[in-house]
Design a protein around this ligand. Structure first.
Ligand code: GLC
Length: 567
């Protein structure tokens, strides 16, 4: 979990409000009498547009490609998609270096294509959420080009410029997350600019009110075009200590890039960022928009800060601590779920994304991988909260990293090779069918299609009731139609069991029990329903190799049991 450890290092540095009351503030658009908002009942799906579907066969996915797959997404049970950056960009960080916030990169299509995507998605009740890169722009953005043009340019103070400490010496010891000093010297104006990520991604100066106004306007512009919200990228690093104090060293030695291992005390998670989030939320509320956060929190107290006091910041800050459990440990999942469940806002669960090793590899044991993929699906799709899927997870796509340095596309993989191989492995083309290039493109895909497309692809799995895909579909269907799964309270049961994770979801007179065998041997569990008001299992709702009689559930290795309870 290179990236995870990575971000954890960066991370070093209440009111108990139920979901329905969190939603009550914007109850005008509630989807039920209890004030739930659409995003609380929605399943989100992250799309990495380069890799999803290529309509013009240039080897790179595009918006028309996404539009062509909307029926697939609807049938799968997706209610909203988050598209990672598709704006004009030199693509140094594959779109996370934006050179124009209010357009579409020609490689992905046009604004007209985007409008078609929005309207076609709407016909299928699918919301579109864009990725807003708030911390930095591309060094090719017109704001930065003007900023660097002279010390007195109109946009000079839109970025962080400082004098060096001395000749050839950057202003302080901060290192970039992507390697090397976080300061780049610009000989034209004889100053350094700050970049938490690549040098081609200069940090915006959020202390400048003009930056704030311009960025808030960007979101308003897209809301008017029909987007339902934003995933806010890298929110933690919006602000830096104005005194530029050196960061302390977190541990001895060097990281994959040969840099000292710092604690990001002075350039991450500064309290000022919450004021920006409140501002973005105000604009979001004008359009009933939802804000998802890339929030690598160290604990639930931090997560609560992102919800904001009175739930006035992010509606859906991601809980990566859940994804970071990283092993099939009922005790650890129980602990993390309980913590997030008691947080001050509505939980958001993810198990994979474009920056971390896919869940298939992180949890798979090499022998029961498909069954474990189903187990993980059953877990995060039956919890109280909003799940965010990652494309390909539903068919059991695995991480396929490059084997030679010269094949690496993600620059951090080239800088950090071999310790850090970059993120290409989790960004490979979607596996649609068994045809050449997995049906992604008839051109040469920008990243090679993994050989597993022969065994794991949408077309074949759709015909196989025992596939990972069909399992996802059945659990997603259940989740959308079962009130206890949508809105019920979460309570752990059988908490002493070291192998099987069991919990109930209770809504008025409806109850659902979930039992997940996280071990490689057959297990029998006597469900302890005493605190639930229910007596036994009424019927099986979904399973991967399990059965129940009364309160006794028997589970094959890594099996899933989801059942309805009766009084
Ligand atoms: C976020 C993105 C990641 C990107 C970085 C810089 O962490 O998820 O892919 O490289 O921000 O924008």
């Amino acid at each position: 979990m290179r990236k995870i450890a990575f971000w954890l290092a960066a991370a070093l540095v209440s009111v108990c409000m139920a979901g329905s009351s969190a939603a009550a503030q914007t109850s005008s658009h509630a989807v039920d009498a209890e004030g739930h908002q659409w995003w609380q009942h929605a399943v989100f799906y992250e799309i990495y547009p380069r890799s999803f579907a290529d309509s013009n066969n240039d080897g790179i996915g595009d918006l028309k490609g996404i539009t062509s797959k909307l029926d697939y997404l609807r049938d799968l049970g997706v209610d909203a998609m988050w598209i990672t950056p598709c704006f004009p960009s030199p693509q140094v960080d594959f779109g996370y270096d934006v050179s124009d916030y209010e357009n579409i990169d020609p490689m992905y299509g046009t604004l007209a294509d985007f409008d078609v995507l929005v309207s076609e998605a709407k016909k299928r009740d699918i919301h579109i959420v864009l990725d807003f890169v708030v911390n930095h722009t591309s060094d090719q953005h017109k704001w930065f080009l003007d900023s660097k043009s002279s010390r007195t340019s109109a946009h000079r103070d839109w970025y962080i410029w400082r004098d060096g400490k001395g000749p050839g010496e950057p202003p302080n010891n901060w290192v970039s997350l992507f390697g090397g000093s976080a300061w780049k010297f610009d000989p034209a104006t004889n100053q350094y600019y700050y970049h938490f990520f690549y040098a081609a991604q200069p940090d915006l100066n959020w202390r400048n009110p003009a930056v704030k106004d311009a960025m808030f306007e960007v979101t308003r512009w897209w809301y008017k075009r029909g987007v339902a919200g934003f995933r806010l990228d890298a929110v933690e690093t919006l602000f830096e200590d104005p005194g530029l104090h050196d960061n302390p060293i977190a541990s001895p030695g060097k990281n994959a890039y040969g840099d000292p291992i710092e604690k990001n005390e002075y350039n991450s998670k500064l309290p000022e960022l919450h004021e920006v989030l409140r501002g973005l939320r105000k604009v979001a509320d004008e359009s009933d928009g939802v804000l998802i956060g890339e929030t690598w929190t160290a604990d639930v107290a931090e997560l609560n800060e992102y919800y904001g006091k009175g739930n006035n910041e992010l509606q859906l800050p991601m809980d990566f601590l859940f994804a970071m459990v990283n092993k099939l440990s009922p005790a650890e999942f129980r602990k993390q779920i309980a913590a997030v469940n008691a947080a001050s806002g509505w939980p958001t669960f993810v198990i994979s994304n474009h920056d971390i090793v896919r869940s298939y590899d992180r949890y798979g044991d090499g022998k029961h991988n498909d069954q474990i993929a189903k187990l993980m699906a059953a877990l995060y799709l039956t919890l109280r909260g909003t799940p965010i899927m990652y494309y390909g997870e539903e068919i059991g796509m695995k991480t396929t990293p490059p084997t030679r340095k010269e094949d690496v596309k993600d620059p951090i993989g080239r800088t950090g090779w071999p310790e850090e191989k970059g993120r290409d492995g989790e960004r490979t083309p979607m596996q649609w069918d068994e045809s050449e290039n997995a049906g992604f493109s008839t051109g040469t895909p920008w990243l090679p299609v993994p050989p597993t497309y022969k065994t794991h692809n949408v077309a074949d799995e759709s015909k196989d009731l025992g596939s990972v895909l069909e399992f996802y579909k059945s659990v997603l269907k259940l989740r959308h139609t079962n009130r206890a799964l949508l809105d019920g309270n979460y309570s752990a049961i059988n908490e002493d069991d070291a192998n099987v994770l069991s919990y109930v979801r209770l809504y008025k007179d409806q109850g659902v029990v979930v039992a997940l065998n996280m071990s490689d041997t057959q297990r029998t569990v006597k469900l302890d329903l005493r605190s639930t008001g229910f007596a036994s299992v009424e019927r099986l709702l979904a399973t991967g190799q399990s059965a129940a009689a009364g309160t006794e559930v028997s589970l094959e290795p890594y099996a899933v049991f989801i059942g309805e309870l009766r009084k």
